[in-house]
Write a protein that binds this ligand. Structure first.
Ligand SMILES: *Cc1c(COP(=O)(O)O)cnc(C)c1O
Length: 398
C-alpha cells in the first residue's frame, strides 16, 4: 500500500502539506514593530537609516538605500545607471520577470544571454557575444543564491564600459571568493519579500560603493526631490525650499518595516546556517537517486541558498516534468518551478521576443523542480521530501 503513489490513490508520504518556503517571525520581531508604531516616525525616520546602515555593514558596502520592494530597487538602479530609450541591457531569462521589467520601465531593451548549463547562472561568454555599441549595463542574477562569476563580469564591464546591476534577491549572505555579494558590483539589489532569506513584509535595498549612484538612488525613491543646498538651482529661496530635479517615484519603505528588518537581519546568519545544513542533507540523499541531478556549486561561490532546484534526467524517465510535479504535490510536498523563461511570457512575446533565443535555459526549464527549503524545516521534513521524490522517481524510471 505504502508504495502506491498518492496520485494513483495511495497514501501520501505526508499528511500535512509542506510549503516550499516561508518567513520565520518571532516575538522579538513583533516587539520591534510595536515599539516603532508607538514612536514619532512611521516613515522617513531613524529606523530606515539604521536598517540601511546595518545592511551596508553586513554586506560590506559603503552605502545602502532601502525602498518599498526589490522591484523598486531594480528600477532605481536602472535609473541611477541612466538607462534610457534605445539602450540595451543584458540579463538572464532564468529569473523572475522583475529582473528584465526594470529595463523596460526606463525605456531600455532587455537582451537575453543564455545560462551556463552547469551553474544555471548567466554565461559570461554569451554576455560578451550579446554586447553591441548600444549596451549600457548587465543585470546578472545570483540564481538560487549562487554567486555569478563576478570577477569575470566586472572585467567585461570594465572593458566595455558597462554598469553592473546585480540582482541578488536570492543571495543575501552569499560569498563570492570570500567577499559578500553586495560589495562587488556597481549596484546590488536585495529583496525582503516573505519567501526570501529575511523579510520586511515587502521591501528591498540597493547597495553601492559609489557616492553619486547613492545620491541618485535616494532622490529617485522620493519623487526626484532634493533639499541638498549643493544641488538646488535657487539656493536663496528660503529654509522651506526644495526642488524636484528628476522624475522620481514614491518608493519609500516605512520605519515599521525597517524595524522588522533590523530584527530579522540579526538572525540572518542563523537562518543561512540552517539553509546550508538542509542543502547538505538534501545533496547527500538526493545524489543517490538515479534520474535526478542535484545543484552544482562552483568553487568561487558559497551560497546562502534561497531555493533548492533539482534537474530531472528526462531521458531516463517515462514521463515529463509535469507528471513528476503533480505526483510530488499529491504526496503533499510543496514543489514549485523557478523560472519560466522571462521571454516566454505573452507580454514579452508581444514585444517581439520569440522562443529559441536561449537554448540552454529553455532546455533546463523543461527539467527543473524546486523542492521545499526554509530554515524552520526539520530534518524529518527534508527526509519526507526525499522519500516522496524516491517513491515518485522509482515509479517512473525506465
Ligand atoms: C523576489 C525577486 C525580485 C523582486 O523582489 P520583490 O521584492 O518581490 O519586488 C527580483 N528578482 C528576483 C530574482 C527575485 O527572486
Amino acid at each position: 500500500m505504502e508504495d502506491i503513489l498518492a496520485i494513483n490513490g495511495g497514501k501520501p508520504v505526508r499528511n500535512k502539506f509542506l510549503p516550499y518556503g516561508g518567513q520565520w517571525i518571532e516575538y522579538d520581531d513583533i516587539e520591534m514593530v510595536v515599539k516603532t508604531l508607538k514612536s514619532d516616525y512611521l516613515t522617513t525616520g531613524p529606523k530606515v537609516k539604521a536598517f540601511e546602515e546595518k545592511v551596508a555593514e553586513y554586506v560590506g558596502a559603503k552605502y545602502a538605500v532601502a525602498v518599498s520592494n526589490g522591484t523598486a530597487a531594480l528600477h532605481g538602479a536602472c535609473f541611477a545607471a541612466d538607462i534610457r530609450k534605445g539602450d540595451e541591457v543584458i540579463t538572464t531569462p532564468l529569473t523572475f520577470a522583475a529582473s528584465a521589467n526594470c529595463i523596460l520601465y526606463q525605456g531600455g531593451k532587455p537582451v537575453f544571454a543564455d545560462i551556463n548549463p552547469k551553474t544555471y547562472n548567466i554565461d559570461v561568454n554569451d554576455i560578451e557575444k550579446k554586447i553591441t555599441d548600444k549596451t549600457k549595463a548587465i543585470i546578472p542574477v545570483d540564481f538560487t543564491g549562487q554567486a555569478v562569476d563576478l570577477e569575470k563580469i566586472m572585467e567585461l564591464a570594465d572593458r566595455y564600459n558597462l554598469m553592473v546591476i546585480e540582482d541578488a534577491a536570492h543571495a543575501i549572505g552569499t560569498e563570492y571568493k570570500g567577499k559578500r555579494v553586495g560589495s562587488i558590483s556597481h549596484m546590488t539589489e536585495f529583496s525582503f519579500h516573505p519567501v526570501k532569506h529575511i523579510t520586511t513584509g515587502e521591501g528591498g535595498v540597493i547597495t553601492t560603493n559609489d557616492k553619486k549612484l547613492y545620491e541618485k538612488l535616494k532622490s529617485f525613491r522620493t519623487h526626484g526631490i532634493t533639499r541638498d543646498k549643493k544641488l538646488l538651482n535657487n539656493k536663496d529661496e528660503g529654509p522651506w525650499y526644495y526642488e524636484q530635479l528628476d522624475l522620481g517615484f514614491n518608493y519609500r519603505i516605512t520605519d515599521i518595516q525597517c524595524a522588522m528588518g533590523i530584527s530579522q537581519l540579526s538572525k540572518l546568519d542563523k537562518f543561512i546556517k540552517r539553509r546550508r545544513e538542509l542543502v547538505k542533507h538534501y545533496n547527500k540523499l538526493i545524489s543517490q537517486i538515479d534520474g535526478v541531478i542535484v545543484p552544482h556549486e562552483p568553487g568561487y561561490s558559497n551560497s546562502s541558498w534561497h531555493i533548492y532546484v533539482i534537474q530531472l534526467e528526462l531521458d531516463k524517465l517515462k514521463v515529463d516534468r509535469k507528471k513528476i510535479f503533480k505526483a510530488l504535490k499529491e504526496e503533499n510536498i510543496g514543489v514549485n518551478v523557478h523560472y519560466i523563461p522571462v521571454y516566454y511570457h505573452p507580454y514579452y512575446q508581444k514585444l517581439g521576443y520569440s522562443k529559441g533565443i536561449c537554448e540552454n535555459a529553455e532546455k533546463l526549464y523543461e527539467r527543473i523542480i524546486t523542492l521545499p527549503l526554509f530554515p524552520q524545516m526539520t530534518n524529518k521534513d527534508a527526509e519526507d521530501v526525499v522519500k516522496a521524490l524516491n517513491k515518485v522517481i522509482k515509479y517512473y524510471i525506465k
